[in-house]
Design a protein around this ligand. Structure first.
Ligand SMILES: *Cc1c(COP(=O)(O)O)cnc(C)c1O
Length: 393
C-alpha cells in the first residue's frame, strides 16, 4: 500500500516547537532570570459564569431520564442557532437560524470545507497566514497561490484581478497580523469572488475584538451571500479553546457548479460528524444571552487593556505595527532591521521576553514579530517596560 504522498509536500512547521525549545534552553541555563511569555496563542481567563452555569445545568440534564439527550441534530439545536442569529442581528447582520451550523470550533471547518470542492480548485490565501488553510489543501493535493500582506497595504492583502482563484481564505481581524479589513476592502474581495465564480471562506474568529468600523462579518458586505461562507469560534471570544464550540454560516442561496453549497456541506457533515454535546450547546447559547455577552466583554476588555499597553510601547518607540486595536495580536516590524529569529533571540537574551517570529506564518512574515495580549496585565506591563528600556538604548 501507499500513504497519501501529498503529506510529503507539507512544509515542516517547527515554529512553536522551536520557540518552546529555545525558551526552555534559556530558562535552564539562566534559572535566576524570569522569562515572560508574550507569544501565548491561547486564552488565559476562565469561562464566564453564564457559560459555566449552562455547562453544569447541561450535565445535570444528562443525569436524568426525562432530560437526557442523545445524538444532537448535525446542525445544532434550534435554540442555539436562534441565539447565534440574534447575536448577528445585534450588529445589523441578517442570517437565518437555518443557515447556521453549530460546530466544535472553527479549526475543523476551516480545514474540512475544502472537501466539497474539486481537487483541482485553485486555492488563494493571504501571506502571512493561519497555517490550517494551507496545510489542509496541501494534504488534498491542491496548489496554493498567495496574496501578499505587507507594510504597504497595512497587512490587508487585496485581490489581484489578473490571478484566478476558486477558493479564497480570508481571516479578519487577522491571525497573526491583527489587521482588520474595512467593509470597503472586503467589498473588493466579494466583487472579485463573484466575478471569478469563487467562494470565500471567511474566518471571523476574532470578530468580537473589533472596536471600530471594521468588518465583523463578511455578511455586512453587499454581494457576500452569493460567494461567502463564514466561520466563527467561541474560542477567543468566550474562552472555549478547551471547551470547543463555534459556528459556520452558509447562505441558502450560495450555489456553484449546479450545486447548493449548504446541501453539499450538510451531506459531508452528516457523514463524518455527529455534532456538539448538549452541555456545550447550552453554554454557547448562554454566552449569547444578555448576561453572557456582558461577562465575555469583561474578559475581552482585559485583553484589550493589555493590547493597549503593547501598542503604546511601540508607539513611543516609533516601531511600525498592525493590530492591537481590533485584535489580541500586535504584529511589529522587527527593529534595527533584524530578522524574525534574530529579534526572538535578542529579546530572549536581553529582556527575557518571548514572542512569535513572524516568518513562521509565511514569506511575508519575515522581519516581523507577533505579540499577544493573552498574558496577565502585570506581565504585559513588565515585558513592555523591559523592551522599552532595551530598544530605547
Ligand atoms: C484560534 C483560531 C481559530 C479557532 O479555532 P477553534 O477550533 O474554534 O478553537 C480559528 N481561526 C483562527 C485564525 C484562529 O486563530
Amino acid at each position: 500500500m501507499k500513504v497519501n504522498h501529498n503529506f510529503d509536500n507539507l512544509v515542516p512547521n517547527y515554529l512553536f516547537a522551536d520557540v518552546a525549545r529555545k525558551t526552555n534552553e534559556y530558562i535552564a541555563a539562566h534559572p535566576d532570570k524570569p522569562v515572560i511569555r508574550m507569544g501565548i496563542g491561547d486564552v488565559t481567563l476562565p469561562l464566564c459564569k453564564a457559560a459555566v452555569d449552562a455547562l453544569k445545568e447541561g450535565a445535570e440534564d444528562l443525569a436524568h431520564k426525562e432530560t437526557f439527550k442523545g445524538y444532537p441534530d448535525y446542525e445544532g439545536y434550534d435554540f442555539v442557532r436562534e441565539a447565534i442569529a440574534g447575536y448577528y442581528k445585534s450588529f445589523g447582520v441578517d442570517v437565518g437560524a437555518d443557515e447556521i451550523l453549530v460546530t466544535d470550533g472553527a479549526k475543523g471547518d476551516s480545514a474540512n470545507l475544502q472537501e466539497i470542492f474539486s481537487a483541482d480548485s485553485v486555492v488563494l490565501v493571504t501571506d502571512p497566514v493561519y497555517p490550517v488553510y494551507v496545510d489542509s489543501n496541501i494534504m488534498a493535493g491542491r496548489n496554493i497561490v498567495y496574496a501578499p500582506a505587507t507594510e504597504e497595504n497595512g497587512f490587508c492583502a487585496m485581490p489581484d484581478k489578473s490571478v484566478h482563484a476558486d477558493l479564497i481564505y480570508l481571516c479578519s481581524p487577522n491571525n497573526p497580523t491583527g489587521a482588520a479589513y474595512t467593509k470597503a476592502q472586503l467589498k473588493e474581495w466579494v466583487d472579485y469572488a463573484n466575478a471569478e465564480d469563487a467562494i470565500i471562506i471567511y474566518d471571523a474568529a476574532y470578530e468580537h475584538f473589533v472596536v471600530d468600523d471594521s468588518a465583523r462579518s463578511i455578511f455586512q458586505v453587499e454581494g457576500a451571500r452569493t460567494c461567502a461562507i463564514e466561520l466563527c469560534s467561541m474560542s477567543k471570544t468566550a474562552g472555549f479553546t478547551g471547551t470547543r464550540g463555534g459556528y459556520t454560516v452558509i447562505p441558502k442561496e450560495l450555489e456553484r457548479d449546479g450545486h447548493n453549497i449548504y446541501t453539499l456541506w450538510y451531506r459531508r457533515l452528516s457523514t463524518k460528524y455527529n455534532g456538539v454535546s448538549w452541555p456545550v450547546q447550552k453554554a454557547i447559547a448562554a454566552v449569547f444571552s444578555e448576561e453572557g455577552l456582558k461577562e465575555i466583554d469583561e474578559n475581552i476588555n482585559y485583553y484589550r487593556k493589555n493590547a493597549q499597553v503593547i501598542m503604546e510601547t511601540f508607539d513611543r518607540l516609533g516601531v511600525f505595527y498592525t493590530g492591537g486595536k481590533n485584535s489580541p495580536y500586535v504584529w511589529i516590524k522587527c527593529p534595527k532591521g533584524m530578522g524574525s529569529w534574530e529579534f526572538f533571540d535578542y529579546l530572549l537574551e536581553n529582556a527575557q521576553v518571548v514572542g512569535t517570529p513572524g516568518e513562521g506564518f509565511g514569506e511575508c512574515g519575515k522581519g516581523y514579530f507577533r505579540f499577544t495580549s493573552f498574558s496577565s496585565y502585570e506581565n504585559t506591563v513588565e515585558a513592555m517596560s523591559r523592551i522599552e528600556s532595551l530598544l530605547a538604548e
